[in-house]
Ligand binder design. Structure first.
Ligand code: 26W
Length: 819
């Protein structure tokens, strides 16, 4: 076609060194002698980026040529972390880049640390979206991520006098070399205003929405490089801008501040990520964010479709849109509006297209996390979408009553409008009815979806819910985070597992090979030393790498039960002091994670972990048999250091509450043993690694439900369990917080009063299991054999497998799918 193809780029260190220096010179204006580390990072990024762009164009051309079905993954969060290491690993450039930089005395590992994390997410849901983007590119699915370009990502956490302090995060201050602004891809997004019926001659009457406000959504694209660079997909993030950045009338009449009010208000939409992952914010700005990115994404999808097709009637054959939780669920109403009001479709045909296009993933059953918007707010901000939701609801109710004979009670249960709580729109119900497939993220979670939140809709549409167990990308979470282990496995079984992670099972028999086990253990030891150094540097606490590294890292939440873990630490402290003669196995209990700023109990748990650590770590009586450390500011980059360094992974949520978990998978893949409840994906991990290689304790989900029905309380358990009672008494006495002895009183009294999270109920089983692990750790051969089995048997938990299942069962897109 006459377009000149760029010369293929060579991947040898000479070529790379030349290109990096060229970037340094002509893009950054430095020479190798004057360049600082940060300049080298930028130059390296730009040189690597050029190669990615070549692959990116190739991928785009290929999709256009093939005309296959595309997947659009709509997510309010993408918790990506650093990008350079991932990009060069997937391009196979790690060693040549390392060597190229070494020629100038620059260490790749050092400059990588200067890249800020892209922390556009809270936790599990956002990180899953990032793993899925990488896996779509790696498995050949034409995937487009759509989300929000927050100026401020997830807050930075500092610990001051034991308490969490939130500080703003500023990842864009030095610019972002990975993104490309696309001025040509920008759309108007309306809010508020009125809907009126218009009747034009010779056409059916139709509704027209005239928004009172409009803002511009501007696209920023980031390439997502798949394994071996075979495919590069696009993450498109929307930034809000005012249509008129300065109101000239106001400015000219001297009101310089007033002239900027509009643009401030518009830009506020994408200024900051909401840091709550378990309570609905309920604020107007949040709903604005949700609609803003939903509408922009749909307008973009429609525009591209119409560039390649005559009309929208075949939309569902060409695009699958995945809703990552209900945050983009307003898309269901918005697509209906665009089809009916803007593109002239009849209601029924529009509804068929909409349902065939969307699918929805649920990530939580916690009632307080389910999104529901007050009708008055919804109506004021999105009047036409509200009308459409009423109309969708009427259709569903008609179907339920006429075809299935539903009575009023059953109708109320499936209604999109919750009449009981001051009238609200239930976003889960909207996402469900607007989708052809709805999925949970682990087998247990999917079962519970059918039995609880979606019981009535499941009855009405029994084929709609299916399971898609989560996974994690082995590139970031094994190869990049644990090069030592990757090298050992490659030596043992060859590099085949890098392309097909399920081949990692080939090391399973080496669990019986003493020499292999020793090398496996030696790598774990190095990774523990690396983490010990981080702990030493950041917190001036020394920890002994020969102790068990017992780690719980994740968002802080009552249902995740960091409190149970801390109570066990206190009980152990007490026992070590009372029985110094016993043969205690040294342990380091490591915590990290952020609490939502308004979540009082979660912040108290952080405070307790820090207070307990201060006392225990300073007590000579424990003789370093026990340490408790809380590492501040948990993020993706810290996780990459932590996961490979764990002996023991804590996955101890109250059964039935953790939808899946993905940290559990990262730890086990890196050879940690798991202590955990029968919750989320732990259940399937048990099936894969075998019951000898995982340490399960505690109530099951149905036992928890049963106890809650019986209004179980902790008091009688505490009275009969001296170790638990003494630990709680120690907390209540102010032993860990002499400056304010009542600090943790409410945390403790909750246990006596109702023990909602079953901490008392599970304490003894947890304690006993921990002591079994103490004992096992003294038999290193056995422990390391189990660790090898864990790594060997975790291949199934790759996000490549998850993505292939979505592609085959839900999207009908990607390699091997018609379309
Ligand atoms: C509206 C406030 C809000 C924001 C985010 C409520 C809920 C969320 C997310 C759904 C919370 C979340 O991240 N859930 C986690 O999703 C992971 C990926 O599927 C699972 O592995 C975790 O178990 C689940 O807690």
């Amino acid at each position: 076609n006459g377009v000149q193809k760029p010369e293929p780029r060579l991947n040898d260190p000479d070529t790379l060194a030349r290109q990096i220096v060229e970037k340094l010179t002509y893009s950054i204006g430095k020479n190798p002698a004057s360049a600082r580390k940060y300049d080298w990072l930028r130059a390296t990024t730009l040189a690597v980026r050029d190669r990615i762009i070549d692959h990116w164009f190739e991928s785009a051309d290929r999709f256009a040529e093939e005309g296959g079905k595309r997947v659009c993954y709509l997510s309010m969060e993408f918790l990506i972390g650093r990008m350079l290491r991932d990009a060069i690993n997937n391009l196979g450039l790690t060693e040549p880049v390392r060597e190229a930089l070494a020629r100038y005395g620059v260490e790749l590992d050092m400059i990588e640390l200067l890249e800020p994390d892209a922390a556009l997410g809270n936790g599990g849901l956002g990180r899953l979206a990032a793993c899925f983007m990488e896996s779509m590119a790696s498995t050949g699915v034409p995937g487009y991520g759509y989300g929000i370009r927050y100026v401020h990502g997830f807050f930075r956490q500092e610990i001051a006098d034991g308490a969490q302090v939130e500080l703003p995060e500023n990842w864009l201050v030095h610019g972002n070399p990975w993104e490309f602004e696309r001025r040509n891809a920008s759309y108007e997004i309306g809010f508020g205003g009125k809907v009126s019926m218009i009747q034009e001659a010779g056409r059916p009457a139709r509704q027209v929405w005239r928004p009172a406000e409009r803002v511009l959504a501007v696209a920023y694209d980031t390439p997502m490089v798949g394994w071996r660079g075979r495919q590069v997909n696009t993450l498109r993030l929307w930034s809000a801008q005012a249509l008129d950045p300065i109101l000239l009338d106001a400015f000219n009449s001297g009101d310089h501040i007033g002239a900027l009010v509009e643009s401030n208000k518009a830009e506020a939409i994408t200024r900051v990520l909401y840091p709550a992952d378990s309570h609905q914010a309920g604020q107007e700005l949040r709903l604005r964010q949700e609609y803003f990115f939903s509408s922009a994404s749909l307008q973009d999808i429609i525009r591209r479709h119409l560039e390649e097709n005559d009309n929208l009637s075949n939309l569902a054959d060409k695009v699958a849109i995945q809703l990552n939780d209900t945050h983009p669920a307003v898309s269901v109403a918005e697509l209906m509006r665009l089809l009916v009001d803007v593109h002239g479709f009849g209601w029924d045909e529009a509804w068929t297209i909409t349902r065939a296009t969307f699918s929805y993933t649920n990530h939580t059953l916690l009632p307080e996390a389910l999104e529901h918007w007050p009708i008055h707010l919804f109506e004021r901000l999105l009047p036409r979408q509200m009308q459409i939701i009423y109309a969708i609801n009427a259709g569903i109710i008609r179907e339920a009553a006429q075809e299935h004979g539903y009575d009023d009670g059953q109708v109320a249960a499936i209604s999109l409008i919750d009449e009981g709580n001051g009238r609200r729109v239930r976003m889960g119900q909207l996402a469900f009815v607007g989708s052809h497939a709805v999925n949970g993220v682990s087998a247990l979670h999917t079962d519970l979806m059918k039995q609880t939140v979606f019981r009535d809709l499941h009855e009405l549409y029994p084929d709609r819910i299916q399971n898609k167990t989560n996974g994690v990308t082995p590139r970031r979470w094994l190869m990049e985070a644990n090069p030592g282990l990757t090298g050992l496995i490659t030596e043992a079984i060859g590099p085949g597992f890098l392309d097909d992670i399920e081949k990692i099972i080939e090391i399973d028999d080496l669990a019986d090979d003493a020499a292999f086990r020793e090398r496996f253990a030696a790598i774990k030891r190095q990774n523990k030393e690396r983490l010990a150094n981080v702990i030493g540097e950041r917190m001036a606490t020394s920890v002994d790498p020969s102790a068990i590294f017992d780690i719980q890292v994740k968002r802080i939440h009552e249902y995740k039960r960091q409190f149970l873990n801390i109570i066990e630490a206190i009980a152990l402290y007490d026992q070590i002091r009372s029985h110094p003669e016993r043969n205690w196995t040294p342990r380091v209990k490591i915590f990290a994670g952020k609490a939502a700023p308004s979540y009082v109990q979660a912040k108290e748990i952080i405070h307790l972990a820090n207070d307990v650590g201060r006392v225990i770590n300073a007590d000579p009586a424990v003789r370093d048999l026990l340490k408790v450390v809380f590492i501040p500011n948990y993020n993706v980059s810290l996780a990459e250091i932590i996961m490979p360094a764990a002996d023991l992974s804590e996955q101890i949520s109250t059964a039935g509450l953790e939808a899946s978990g993905t940290g559990n998978m990262k730890f086990a893949l890196n050879g940690a043993l798991t202590i955990g409840t029968l919750d989320g994906a732990n259940v399937e991990m048990l099936e894969h690694v075998g019951e000898d290689n995982i340490f399960i304790f505690g109530l099951t989900a149905s036992e928890v439900a049963q106890r809650r029905r019986e209004a179980h309380s902790g008091r009688s358990i505490i009275d009969n369990e001296p170790m638990l009672r003494e630990a709680l008494d120690a907390i209540s006495s102010g032993l860990f917080c002499p400056d304010s002895p009542s600090r943790f009183h409410s945390l403790v009294s909750n246990l006596y009063n109702n023990d909602w999270w079953m901490i008392c109920a599970d304490f003894k089983a947890y304690w006993d299991t921990q002591r079994t692990l103490d004992d096992l750790y003294t038999r290193q051969d056995e422990w390391q054999a189990k660790a090898v089995h864990n790594t060997a048997r975790m291949g199934w938990f790759s996000s490549d497998r998850s993505i292939r299942e979505y592609a085959r069962d839900i999207w009908k897109a990607g390699p091997g799918q018609a379309g």
